[in-house]
Ligand binder design. Structure first.
Ligand SMILES: [Fe+2]
Length: 426
């Protein structure tokens, strides 16, 4: 694996040279350095297009082959107590191939892959860097879900990548013409990554049930909501595959929670403040499970965490706030529900057998029209965490990202890269 990746990445080097390993499995293009200068424990590296990066010596020690990097798994083997004294870094320079060469006391010099350094300098190692940016939508610009022919998705990685891209960009993407088989959604998601199991099981059915374990398994109307706010981390994505539908009604409804919350923030600031700061306790009411969590309806978590909407009235069990805040908290719920179902934001569409809709369960509000039990409506569903969908998409996008980096290196001016590099210092 290691040699294969390095062969791909080694596009600018001599025939017989062995490129240094990098602490990842990404095929970084070779980006030769112009210069390297050691000062105060840092190595300042510079590329021909003017981009510079401050690499701290101890960070280099953790990540270079010949010092801290384990050559097979490509992780650091150095506990913090094993790190050298910062002053042990004796010299830094650039070899004839443009690689960084660094030397610590009483150790042979090691070479560092300049494409990997450039990847970090450009901020390409950050979680969102190789993922598509969210596209916020309303009913006017997205009257129906982004849709892809899913008939070949099990065998065509380009289709899979397009679908996962739609899921991350729009938070919603529909496949049509998939096999009408009870186990298809489980097979598909099992191929993408781990399924997020819950007390409903790894793959579950949504249909009118005489003894329902959830309001989902009735023919009732379901207001706009997100699933499982009773969990510390609700499932990142939800997938619903229609294997049978002969009922009148039961149309799906979706709205983009980013657009909804931004509109509330702009137009109803008092309601936004209540929705994003006042805590509610959420609890599922099941005979054999008791999941409980607490948080605001619009949960922005900490820095770098994605938006999590905790919006499911059947499991919202109690306000946890100063009693004087409770009336405005309830009033803000009314505002939220009104915006979530506003035709400005909400789209409606039918489920046909073979349709498989995936959506970001923490961003997209989903609901369902009531339906009569005179026919049959059977959806098979499962969840997956953000992490595993993002991971699969990053791996699929590696060739694109690597060629993008190559392209950036070849441009003569790079003001955006320079701006990025200011944000990254290790
Ligand atoms: Fe739901």
């Amino acid at each position: 694996m290691a040699s294969q990746v390095n062969e791909v990445s080694d596009i600018r080097r001599g025939e017989d040279a062995v490129p240094p390993l990098t602490p990842d499995f990404i095929p970084h293009p070779w980006c030769p350095l112009d210069s390297a200068e050691l000062h105060d424990g840092f190595v300042t590296v510079r590329w021909p297009d003017g981009v510079t990066f401050e690499a701290y010596g101890l960070w280099l020690a953790e990540n270079v082959d010949g010092y801290g990097l384990e050559p097979i798994v490509r992780e650091s083997t150095l506990e913090p107590t094993d790190l050298p004294d910062p002053s042990a870094l004796r010299s830094a320079g650039v070899d004839h191939d443009g690689a960084l060469v660094v030397e610590w006391s009483e150790r042979p010099a090691v070479r560092v892959h300049p494409g990997w350094l450039r990847h970090v300098a450009d901020g390409q190692h950050l979680p969102a860097s190789s993922l598509p940016a969210p596209v916020v939508w309303t009913a006017a610009d997205q009257p129906e879900p982004p849709t892809i022919d899913g008939s070949k998705i099990l065998h065509d990685e380009a289709v899979l990548e397009a679908w996962l891209t739609g899921l991350v960009e729009h938070g919603l993407c529909r496949l049509t013409d998939t096999p009408v088989e009870l186990d298809f959604v489980g097979r598909l998601l099992g191929m993408v990554g781990p399924i997020r199991d819950t007390n409903f099981g790894p793959v579950w059915s949504v249909r009118a049930d005489p003894e329902p374990n959830s309001t989902a398994n009735t023919g009732l109307n379901l207001g706009q909501h997100t699933d499982l706010p009773t969990r510390e981390t609700p499932p990142g994505f939800q997938f619903l595959h229609c294997v049978e539908n002969s009922v009148d009604g039961g149309w799906s409804r979706m709205s983009d929670g980013i657009a909804v919350t931004e509109a509330i923030r702009a137009e109803q600031p008092d309601a936004y403040a209540a929705l994003s700061t006042l805590d509610w306790v959420f609890m599922n009411r099941a005979r054999d499970a008791e999941h409980v969590w607490i948080g605001p309806i619009i949960d922005r978590g900490s820095t770098h965490q994605p938006l999590t909407l905790r919006a499911f009235y059947p499991v919202r069990s109690a306000p946890h706030m100063d009693p004087r805040d409770i009336p405005r908290a309830y009033e803000s719920l009314r505002v939220f529900a009104r915006y979530a179902s506003d035709p400005r934001f909400q789209i409606r569409y039918p489920f046909r057998a073979g349709d498989l809709v995936g959506f970001d369960n923490r961003r997209i509000l989903h609901g369902r029209d009531a339906f009569e039990s005179t026919g049959h409506r059977h959806l098979r569903g499962c969840y997956a965490d953000h992490d595993d969908i993002y991971s699969r998409l990053r791996v699929l996008r590696r060739p694109t990202v690597a060629s993008g980096a190559r392209h950036r290196m070849q441009r003569s001016s790079a003001p955006d890269i320079a701006a990025n590099s200011d944000e990254v210092s290790v």
